[in-house]
Design a protein around this ligand. Structure first.
Ligand code: SF4
Length: 290
């Protein structure tokens, strides 16, 4: 607000209003331009025009929730999915290269937040220099960090690898224990890593490995609605026969790399389509990605 002399002869500036105060002076005030003020409730037409002007697409239609399914039906559907996965990926194996249970454990520790391909590029040198727990327990932190650097979080991973090897030497004579409880007590070893090692190296089904592919695809398939790996594992253990716990994960991981790719699932090429509920995806006719 600015105080103005009583020059009522000057032309009024655009957007300016003059008000008389009690003492006879004239105050000139400038009001905001109409376009900068909030106008309250805009009509649908105005909103659409606004969106159009801003180049925004209208919000996508929400996918319809899949119909309810009885537990018996879900178990039958799961059996068909198991059969189809076995037919398609019968020879699927663990994607991490290894020649012993110890090497598989080391490679799995390295695979946290890293692709299997990257881990497979690093492990030949790691295992050449430190092929077993005794050798790795003697390695320096600096040397191990240098070798595993490209897998990310390399300081923590090097610390865990050396700690794991040292504990194996001290408590298990350099061998891997064969129980979940003993494995998860090792540095850097969680439930997923222990399940991988027990299932793949020893053929012991201790649980279902839930990695990022298994988590995503089992939710798309409608086998679980849980969001945490622990809960998803429980849901899958209740659905799958114990004999399938190991293979089911291996095969889904391959499926996630080849067909059910994260941002572009190839549903029309998918052997599981008939029994997949495609939870959260748009109907196939509308889907651009499938
Ligand atoms: S049908 Fe589509 S969403 Fe379902 S598993 Fe196959 S690719 Fe994935």
């Amino acid at each position: 607000m600015l105080r103005q002399s009583q020059d009522l002869t000057r032309p009024r500036v655009f957007g300016e209003t003059w008000r008389c105060s009690g003492n006879g002076t004239v105050k000139a005030t400038t009001v905001k331009k109409a376009g900068t003020r909030k106008t309250g409730t805009a009509g649908a037409g105005q909103k659409a025009a606004g969106r159009k002007a801003a180049g925004k697409k209208p919000a996508a239609k929400k996918p319809a929730a899949p119909p309810r399914e009885s537990r018996a039906d879900r178990i039958q559907r799961t059996d068909r999915l198991i059969g189809q996965l076995a037919e398609t990926y019968g020879d699927a194996e663990c994607a991490l290269h290894h020649e012993s249970a110890f090497q598989l454990l080391a490679a799995t520790i390295l695979s946290a937040q890293c692709t299997d391909e990257r881990v497979n590029m690093v492990t030949p040198e790691l295992f050449r220099r430190w092929p077993d727990a005794f050798a790795l327990a003697e390695a320096s932190q600096e040397d191990v960090e240098e070798v595993v650097q490209s897998t990310g979080f390399f300081r923590a991973k090097a610390t865990n690898l050396r700690g794991m090897a040292a504990m194996l030497v001290e408590q298990h004579n350099g061998e891997l224990p064969r129980t979940l409880e003993e494995l998860v007590a090792l540095p850097g070893v969680g439930r997923k890593t222990a399940n991988v090692v027990l299932g793949t190296a020893f053929g012991i089904p201790s649980g279902v490995v839930v990695d990022t592919h298994v988590k995503r695809i089992t939710r798309l398939l409608g086998l679980t609605a849980s969001t945490t790996p622990e809960k998803i594992e429980q849901d899958l253990m209740a659905l799958l026969p114990e004999t399938e716990w190991i293979n089911f994960s291996h095969r889904l991981i391959h499926h996630g790399r080849k067909i059910c790719i994260a941002r572009r699932p190839k549903c029309l090429d998918c052997p599981l389509l008939k029994d997949c509920r495609r939870v959260g995806l748009p109907p196939l006719a509308d889907a651009e990605d499938c």
